[in-house]
Design a protein around this ligand. Structure first.
Ligand code: JFZ
Length: 575
């Protein structure tokens, strides 16, 4: 297996968010990513064997020589590809631009190129789908961008093919990479963005050389950070990760709609329209831009469940996109709320409800503005609320007006500022999370952990670990109602036996216990299912006598056993 994370490069970027050149990116918020290539023809299968995970890496995972792999081109005939339908689907989903793989790591050009290994010259298809897309994007008013794998090109060199192992990067760079980028920059009209990937060992000079080409031929197009060496305009975050806290500057999140970027015959694990929308709202609330991937099949069609999900997202976006999403500012709060999330526009803040009960209430703390009115947009009615110096409490409608997310429009007489510190609230209204990244740690550390399921499907989680004797994680929070609350702990399973913890509030010890599986833990399998790695265990019940400020502390009581308690969060539920 290629060591993928050595190829990623930094996420540093250099364009200021205030630059006029950034306006299009900041306004758009929602885009379609498309992974399409010869790997779509293979669909994750090679010689009768099925390969899991991200299928655009099949050539590497199945150790296929460049020559054998190139044979795929002879069968590749995506005759059902319909650019008009593609663009119309993206538009109906509420997406503002499309970024498509013009060449992925496999080295095959999905456009007519002087290099003969391309879809126009080497396949029975004999069309240039990039030209068709460019024309349709122009007709239907969407932006277009190309993905180009600038460093990895497995037709030029790769380490599992004897004849290519020691090939010359510079030869590829001068004679294929730069000329193809120039073709893409000059043959398809105006481009909104150019998306590079896995810079690997590219030198700064090489990264700059490419950026200069972009500036020369497409002066308005933005370049993402995966060009490498910090010379991109905006940051592409880790695949499939939505950050937990607000991030300033220009950045995007990207995610798959199932578990692979490229089409896979065995992967029907598509996310729903509501799940896509959830991440779009979260990313907007944290200040970023969001791109969801589509992997067309070997005939060039968008898989039906994927299309269905996009259109569901789109129904909500047609109604709410202009107010809640496009060009909106981040939430006034630094992180998501227990009840949902927010975006801002001038004097208005949009509360987007995720966890709520019809006729119930939601309570929060520290909203930085005096509210004059709250309107439930789905029912076009005002909502009752109470606001004092600390808490804000809303009474929610009895019906649902929307299938996906309800929106409350919160009016103030002045623009709403951003709060920079985290404010945690515990209420009886929802299960309330006290996450790792919001704990104050002494003698323990926060780790941003990630791992790949099968191949390349990354999962991210924030974990408290590396506990020292006396080490502590402490959460400060505002409690809206006194009473009994159940505490659960979500943790990551590791093969060390010390699982003794203590949870206490500001007045003394509350809970001390072993996790149920403390003594006999099997070593974790190398490749696990997403759900097998994280566990939730009930810890016990705590009584809070008063509303207001409280703290909970977590410590390992037997650190001398080599404590590897790996905690993602505490969860409090009214009891
Ligand atoms: C890259 C590609 O290798 C992959 O095939 C796909 O195109 C994806 C969008 O990008 O994979 C990466 C690149 C960067 C990270 C993870 C996977 N990263 O920084 O977390």
């Amino acid at each position: 297996m290629e060591k993928m994370n050595e190829l990623w490069g930094s996420t540093a970027s250099c364009l200021s968010a205030e630059s006029p050149k950034a306006a299009y990116f900041r306004q758009s918020k929602f885009a379609m990513f498309v992974h399409w290539g010869l790997y779509s023809q293979a669909g994750g299968q090679w010689n009768g064997k099925t390969y899991h995970g991200i299928t655009e890496w099949l050539m590497c995972t199945a150790n296929i020589s460049a020559k054998d792999y190139a044979e795929l081109a002879k069968e590749f005939n995506p005759s059902e590809f319909n650019a008009a339908d593609f663009v119309a689907t993206a538009k109906a989903a509420g997406m503002k631009y499309i970024i498509i793989t013009a060449k992925h790591h496999e080295g095959f050009a999905m456009f007519k190129s002087a290099d003969p290994f391309n879809i126009y010259d080497a396949t029975p298809f004999k069309r240039d789908p990039m030209a068709e897309l460019a024309e349709e994007c122009r007709k239907q008013g969407l932006g277009l961008g190309f993905y180009y794998s600038q460093f990895q090109d497995w037709q030029a060199y790769n380490r599992w093919d004897e004849s290519l192992k020691n090939a010359d990067f510079n030869d590829y760079f001068q004679n294929k990479c730069l000329p193809q980028i120039k073709e893409l920059l000059t043959n398809y009209g105006k481009l909104a963005l150019i998306w590079f990937d896995t810079p690997g060992a590219m030198t700064e000079e090489q990264s700059r050389k490419i950026v200069e080409l972009v500036h020369e031929y497409q002066p308005d197009a933005l370049v993402n950070s995966r060009i490498g060496n910090g010379v991109g305009d905006y940051s592409s975050m880790n695949d499939n990760e939505v950050p937990a806290e607000r991030i300033p500057g220009l950045w995007e999140c990207i995610r798959t709609s199932n578990n692979s970027w490229g089409y896979s015959d065995i992967d029907q694990d598509f996310c729903s329209g509501k799940e896509i929308l959830h991440d779009l709202i979260s990313v907007t609330a944290r200040g970023g831009t969001f791109m969801v991937n589509v992997g067309p099949d070997r005939k060039g069609r968008i898989p039906a469940p994927c299309r269905h999900a996009l259109l569901e997202t789109g129904k909500w976006m047609q109604k709410y996109g202009e107010t809640v999403i496009y060009g909106a500012d981040s939430s006034p709060w630094n992180a998501a709320r227990q009840w949902g999330d927010c975006t801002r526009r001038g004097n208005k803040t949009y509360f987007i409800l995720n966890n709520w009960t019809p006729g119930g209430t939601i309570t929060d703390y520290g909203f930085p503005g005096k509210i004059s009115k709250i309107v439930w947009l789905g029912g076009n009615k005002t909502v009752e609320f109470k606001q004092d110096d600390a808490f804000l409490k809303l009474t929610l409608p009895f019906e649902r007006g929307e299938e996906l997310y309800e929106v409350l429009e919160v009016h103030c007489s002045e623009p709403i500022p951003e709060l920079n510190e985290n404010i945690l609230v515990v209420t009886p209204e929802n299960p309330c999370r006290l996450p790792a990244e919001q704990a104050v740690l002494t003698g323990a550390e926060l780790k941003h952990d990630f791992w790949a399921e099968r191949f390349g499907e990354f999962i991210y989680v924030n974990i408290i670990h590396n506990w020292q004797p006396g080490g502590k994680a402490k959460w400060d929070f505002e409690l809206s109602e006194p009473g009994y609350y159940r505490i659960s702990i979500r943790y990551q399973k590791v093969d060390l036996a010390n699982r003794v913890w203590k949870i206490s509030d500001e007045s003394g010890t509350v809970i001390e216990r072993w996790l149920p599986d403390a003594q006999q833990l099997p070593p974790p399998p190398l490749q696990t299912e997403p759900t097998a790695r994280m566990h939730t265990a009930k810890a016990g019940v705590i009584f809070f006598r008063n509303a207001g400020h409280h703290t909970l502390s977590l410590e390992s009581t037997r650190p001398e056993l080599g404590s590897e308690l790996q905690v993602a969060e505490l969860i409090l539920e009214h009891f």
